[in-house]
Design a protein around this ligand. Sequence first.
Ligand SMILES: [Zn+2]
Length: 286
Amino acid sequence: MPQGPTWTIGDVTVTSIIEIDQHWRFAWLLPSVTDDDLARHSWLSPDFVDEKGKMILRIQALVVESQGQRIIVDTCVGNDKPRPTPLFDNLQTTFFDDLVAAGFGPDSIDQVICTHMHVDHVGWNTKLVDGQWVPTFPKARYLFGRTEFEHWSKTDETAVYGDVMGDSVDPIVAAGLSMLVDNDHHLTDEVYLEPTPGHTPGHNSVRIRSAGQEAVITGDMIHHPIQFPMPDLTSDADTSNEGAVATRRAAFDRWCKAGLLVIGTHFAGVGAGRLEADGDTWRLVS
Ligand SMILES: [Zn+2]
């Protein structure tokens, strides 16, 4: 894939390395979206909705550079991984080569943070070498939210997602590269976690604050920009629909008032914007 957008927030830079842009029927992820909704929110095209009315779902890693630290936020689906869903099964993308070509060699990554432990956020934690899953970033500290890690350690959704823990998390723990962190953990003085539970129990977003400027990397507390004007839309992928809605409404209100840049983990096209209040919902302004 061509390299994604980059953003500057004070002294921090964020670079998108795209694994794949997938075109999904809304019914697969946000089943209550209607054709009328898409017509009412025609601003979603062309960046976020294609000409056939499908959502464009970007799967990307965001490389955050702050105070000498190189941090990867979420590691996509990964190559060679057997997955029950054809969309993610045995992907063979150029993601790793693209990451290196962008100047982010695997040994240069200091920290990896997974917003949560779904299949499309932990994949490149590991890569397949001689039949073994080994850490892709051998010099990095991999940060997992304590609540999230404990949830997935006792929840078996292998039938739905594949052996995500077995091939993408357990090898990191076995290699001694993992660290469990609380949901207010600071990765640097400028980069820290903001708890946004609901989609999963220990879901975190990543906040950036530097030289008077602010941004947030959402993770999957929102999947698609149509959820700004329609924050009550829910997904079967949410552990708690109610929790996800409450988190979205509270966070969007906070982020709108702060005037910060919202970088969407699954947002295609320009990938980010600021929020404007519109009654009791929000608009994304690029
Ligand atoms: Zn996701």
